[in-house]
Write a protein that binds this ligand. Structure first.
Ligand code: ADP
Ligand code: MG
Length: 250
């Protein structure tokens, strides 16, 4: 998550899902953004599906019946459509509004090794539902001017959720995205973020890579679109770091 738009949340969700799936982990990607970019980028046209995460959150469909397989033999996805804005409003009238997704996930969580959630670019009730359901928060930070802006606030919000709603929540890590080696600013942002957040920052830096931005228009993760490009290598390395964390945490 990151309440800023365009920092690489969806790109990271899709590509980490694909890499973890390739590494033989059982992966579910949940699209929690009404913009449905994770759904589209996974090869599913939101206009072509009858039920989505919105129907699960509104108790109109069973979660197991809404999950579909992305691509042929890909990771699983709980797709979203623009109708998800309906849940965003209607959850607010629910007594268990922060816990709705978590309750639904109890039915399927043992089916997966990793459940990734792609959040909308705001701290709304859908984001809170994902924080309440999660064990870790992965924060993409774009190597751009103002990268650090809002980050302190974001960490405070995560702390608040941890304190009041989900004691087992941790910061999984900060991942630097869209690094441009031709741009001195990128290097400065990397140094700044590492200085402030130290060990929370992944070693892997995701480069700005045109193949990464082309892949979604073919409904594919970059790994499928061009396995040899720098973007594929970077997301594979990030997935390996994530698996390493798992070992360390044992
Ligand atoms: P968010 O979900 O945070 O709004 P996205 O993942 O949708 O951000 O990324 C915003 C835009 O930047 C998209 O058009 C995406 O294709 C592009 N993009 C993301 N990461 C990279 C990258 N490493 N290299 C090139 N383009 C990227
Ligand atoms: Mg997005």
């Amino acid at each position: 998550m990151n309440q800023k738009g365009g920092v690489g949340k969806t790109t990271t969700s899709i590509n980490l899902s694909a890499c973890l799936h390739k590494m033989k982990r059982r992966v579910l990607l949940i699209d929690l953004d009404p913009q449905s970019n994770a759904t589209r980028g996974s090869g599913i046209n939101p206009a072509s599906i009858d039920v989505s995460v919105n129907d699960v959150l509104l108790d109109r469909a069973d979660i197991g019946s809404v999950i579909i397989n992305s691509q042929s033999d890909g990771y699983d996805i709980l797709p979203s459509t623009p109708s998800l804005t309906e849940s965003e409003v209607s959850l607010l009238n629910n007594d268990d509004r922060e816990f709705h997704l978590r309750t639904k996930l109890t039915h399927i969580e043992n089916t997966y090794d990793y459940i990734l959630m792609d959040c909308p670019p705001s701290l709304n009730i859908l984001t809170v539902n994902s924080l309440v359901s999660a064990t870790g928060v992965l924060i993409p930070v774009q190597c751009e001017f103002y990268a650090l802006e809002g980050l302190a606030q974001l960490l405070k919000s995560v702390e608040l959720v941890k304190k009041n709603l989900n004691p087992s929540l941790t910061i999984q890590g900060i991942v630097l995205t869209m690094f441009d080696s031709r741009n001195n600013l990128s290097e400065m942002v990397v140094n700044d973020v590492r200085k402030h957040f130290g060990k929370l920052v992944y070693q892997t830096i995701i480069p700005r890579n045109v193949r990464i931005s082309e892949a979604p228009s073919f409904g594919q993760p970059v790994l499928m679109y061009d396995i040899n490009c720098s973007g594929s290598k970077a997301y594979t390395s990030l997935a390996a770091e994530l698996l390493q964390q798992e070992n360390v945490n044992l």
